[in-house]
Design a protein around this ligand. Structure first.
Ligand SMILES: Nc1ncnc2c1ncn2[C@@H]1O[C@H](COP(=O)(O)OP(=O)(O)OP(=O)(O)O)[C@@H](O)[C@H]1O
Length: 233
């Protein structure tokens, strides 16, 4: 579905150059949960941003369904971000002066006004329906993250990218969020989770371990565990 081929990324700041990624090769597949695992500063977010068309590599190819996206027009790249990719962030990024329902509806409307009627279903799927008229600052962290997942899912993304989605949540709430993300994988959808928590690897079909901007190891799990089967403590 989506491939990174020989990706390198450097950040230049005056004469200072930071090498963030070196020779990254990976494949993201539909119907799979991929976990990108690595310590702080290893290049996880940079990889995720390149996968989502939010950042360009310094060299290498980003291939979505056979098409290069890193060399495509701004219009094509915007369409990729809008129609293909859904993002879930560590700190939710909800719009503070809109209710839960409105935050999710904005996203559904991107596909077309007729999809607004699906908004209650997305809120029910992540169990925030009863909070639909609340504003983000009236919610717990776990509720905010579930709303941000509902918002991402309402776009019906083919690729759901999650950057440390439980970084601000307690263990029990994190499990619930991982459960929802794992259930979001289907025949049409790939889910990618970036985390530094090695326990999450157990629920993934594919685990990509990154260190110092390089892939250290890629592990395929033919029999990934359910969230409930992991000992999170
Ligand atoms: N805009 C930028 N300008 C300069 N250097 C950057 C920029 N963004 C990231 N970097 C550097 O690139 C490297 C990889 O950063 P990245 O954010 O991808 O790591 P990460 O694994 O996601 O870390 P964390 O878990 O702390 O978020 C780090 O050395 C970081 O300091």
């Amino acid at each position: 579905m989506l491939e990174l081929v020989n990706i390198n990324k450097q950040y230049k700041n005056g004469s200072e150059v930071t090498v963030a990624l070196k020779d990254i090769n990976l494949t993201i597949r539909k119907n799979e949960l991929t976990v990108i695992l690595g310590p702080s500063g290893s290049g996880k977010s940079t990889t995720l941003n390149i996968l989502g068309g939010m950042d360009n590599p310094s060299s290498g190819e980003v291939i979505y369904e056979g098409e290069r996206i890193e060399t495509s027009s701004l219009k094509a790249l915007t369409s990729y971000r809008k129609n293909i990719v859904g993002f879930v962030f560590q700190f939710y990024n909800l719009i503070s002066n809109l209710t839960v329902e409105e935050n999710v509806a904005i996203s559904a409307r991107l596909r077309g006004k007729q999809f607004e009627k699906e908004v209650p279903n997305y809120m029910k799927q992540v169990d925030v329906y009863k909070r639909r008229n609340n504003f983000p600052d009236q919610l717990s962290g776990g509720e905010m993250q579930r709303v941000s997942i509902a918002r991402a899912l309402a776009k019906k993304p083919k690729l759901l990218l999650c950057d440390e989605p439980t970084g601000a949540l307690d263990t029990q709430t994190s499990q619930r969020v991982f459960g929802i993300l794992k259930k979001s994988v289907d025949a049409e959808t790939a889910v990618v989770i970036v985390t530094h928590n090695p326990l999450v690897a157990g629920i993934a079909n594919q685990v990509i371990k990154i260190k110092d901007g390089r892939i250290e190891e890629t592990v395929e799990n033919s029999n990934p565990l359910e969230v409930e089967e992991i000992d999170w403590e």
